[in-house]
Design a protein around this ligand. Structure first.
Ligand code: NAP
Length: 290
């Protein structure tokens, strides 16, 4: 199965770094790659919990300014409090509550970001919903409302966020977008059909947007990619014992990649490069360029 081929990968990805020692390990990044994130502006959705929270705080630790989005303001505040407890300078963490299902809300969020900066360097799409437990066999028994809400969040919401952010992202010489997908996007596990479909669609959204932006902005350093974060204990996955900080190293490796890096590729948090549909694995290590 091509997905699990180990033909190309980025080795030495740190997955068990304790966040409180971030100054020592910099989540596995070299000094120069860590420096590349400093002073950059990132927008992270789903930043109030789970992977989004860890990614937002790691970016802030590296000296980036981070706009934190999610629907619940109290969760965004908890993220900032966790950053303070980790000794991260959170003065550059800015809460921008938003419901990504609403284009109006996203336009308002972008206006709020523009009060602070005219451009964004990166967008991390982490906001998503899990499969609801409404029906054991959702593809034949789930309500239309449930299907619509999942797809509106996991697919349309991701697309609307990219669309709203594009004027700010395309303002500079280059930009990064990262979609958090799932192995569900390659799977057909019974009971998870709508979620599987949503993640498969996110894969296609990521690669299609990468191709479109590559053509639309040929002079810019565009790197839009899809990352499979794997299992971790978050709000949507209470069954795992793994820390969501395990994803941070690979995320930072992708977001700090110098010009000429991957655009329209698939990666796993452990450093594996993945294939999806007609897209083959990115052929080079992500760490050969400093
Ligand atoms: N954890 C895992 O084992 C695992 C495995 C594979 C893939 N993933 C993927 O990793 C990503 C992050 O998930 P997670 O595990 O960190 O789960 P999580 O803790 O449940 O995070 C999901 C976040 O999305 C936000 N969100 C949901 N609907 C939203 C909306 N309409 N507008 C704005 N924000 C919304 C939630 O905040 P509010 O409710 O406050 O809006 C929440 O902070 C997802 O794409 C997920 O599919 C996770």
């Amino acid at each position: 199965m091509r997905l699990f081929q180990k033909s190309s990968s980025t080795t030495s990805i740190l997955q068990n770094a304790h966040p409180s020692s971030w100054r020592e390990h910099r989540f596995g990044l070299s000094g120069s790659r860590w420096e590349r994130l400093k002073g950059k502006d990132f927008w992270v959705t789903g930043a109030g919990t789970g992977y989004g929270r860890c990614i937002a705080l790691a970016l802030a630790a590296a000296g980036a300014r981070v706009f934190l989005s999610g629907r619940r303001v109290e969760k965004l505040r908890e993220t900032v409090d966790e950053g303070t407890a980790l000794g991260i300078d959170v003065r550059q963490c800015i809460e921008v509550p938003v419901d990504i299902r609403s284009e109006e809300d996203l336009v308002r969020a972008v206006k709020n970001i523009q009060l602070v900066t005219p451009s964004l360097y990166g967008l991390v799409n982490s906001a998503a919903l899990p499969q609801s437990g409404e029906a054991a066999f959702p593809l034949t028994a789930q309500s239309g409302a449930c299907w619509t809400n999942l797809l509106n969040t996991n697919v349309t919401g991701q697309w609307l966020t990219c669309k709203a952010a594009m004027p700010l992202l395309s303002h500079g010489d280059g930009f990064r977008i990262l979609f958090l997908s799932s192995f569900a996007g390659w799977a057909s596990t019974p009971g998870f059909g709508p979620y599987n479909i949503s993640k498969s669609a996110v894969n296609t959204l990521g690669v299609s947007l990468a191709a479109e932006c590559g053509v639309r902005y040929p002079e810019k350093d565009v790197q839009i990619n899809v990352l499979v974060p794997g299992e971790a204990r978050t709000e949507m996955n209470q069954g795992s014992t793994e820390s969501p900080y395990a994803v941070v190293s690979m995320v930072l490796v992708l977001l700090s990649h110098p010009p000429g890096g991957p655009n329209g590729y698939f990666f796993s948090r452990d450093g594996r490069h993945l294939a999806f549909a007609y897209t083959s694995e990115y052929p080079r290590s992500l760490l050969t360029v400093h």
